[in-house]
Design a protein around this ligand. Sequence first.
Ligand SMILES: Cc1cc2nc3c(=O)[nH]c(=O)nc-3n(C[C@H](O)[C@H](O)[C@H](O)COP(=O)(O)OP(=O)(O)OC[C@H]3O[C@@H](n4cnc5c(N)ncnc54)[C@H](O)[C@@H]3O)c2cc1C
Length: 199
Amino acid sequence: MDFSLSDEQQAYVDSARAFAQAEMAPHAARWDAESIFPVDVLRLAGEMGFMGMYTPESAGGLGMSRLDASLIVEELARGCTTTAAFLTIHNMATSMIGKYANPEIIEQWCPELVMGAKLASYCLTEPSAGSDAASLRSSAVRDGDHYVVNGAKVFISGAGSTDVLVAMLRTGDAGAKGVSAFLIPADAEGISYGKKEEK
Ligand SMILES: Cc1cc2nc3c(=O)[nH]c(=O)nc-3n(C[C@H](O)[C@H](O)[C@H](O)COP(=O)(O)OP(=O)(O)OC[C@H]3O[C@@H](n4cnc5c(N)ncnc54)[C@H](O)[C@@H]3O)c2cc1C
């Protein structure tokens, strides 16, 4: 079996490596020590196409395979592991919006998300539901033309600095099938953010 990279994959790797060495590695230790979330560098990553890697092309992303995206992330993580970790989460949340949201929502959010001009958090983990995600308790209950959301999440990367939250909430019975994904603007009324975790 041939495991060598194609010319296109090698080009992705080269550009990600150059970006990581120039924009991330020189600052990584300080960002960690001083709890800096480098929004400006994430915007530059967006200009490189790294913020919408496997978001569908129909939503403005690059429509890459997960393997190709992994090759890029591997290089970015050599520059700054924590920033690369957030970048993967932003990519995951943005691809979910690009794949599953209705057209108006895609049009509203995806152009800026894939450019890194806006940032997304993925909100699954709860204080009593980490590995056992299907036992999450935060809920969304329909009330006329809107939902009332109650609950708490933990370990949400970027929370407090991001613009939109893709939140897993219980809308049905116990277990995985009772969970739905919601897109919530990060500044929606009633949301509060707790302490920052140490990096
Ligand atoms: C840096 C960082 C960033 C994160 N970012 C996000 C984010 O953006 N969004 C988000 O939703 N979450 C995020 N998380 C949370 C992450 O997904 C959870 O930490 C993870 O799911 C584990 O949950 P937990 O920490 O509650 O550990 P627990 O589920 O309490 O597990 C603790 C230990 O028990 C083991 N264990 C658990 N269940 C079993 C079992 N049934 N059998 C055997 N062993 C078991 C686990 O392997 C682990 O070693 C982040 C976490 C970190 C550390």
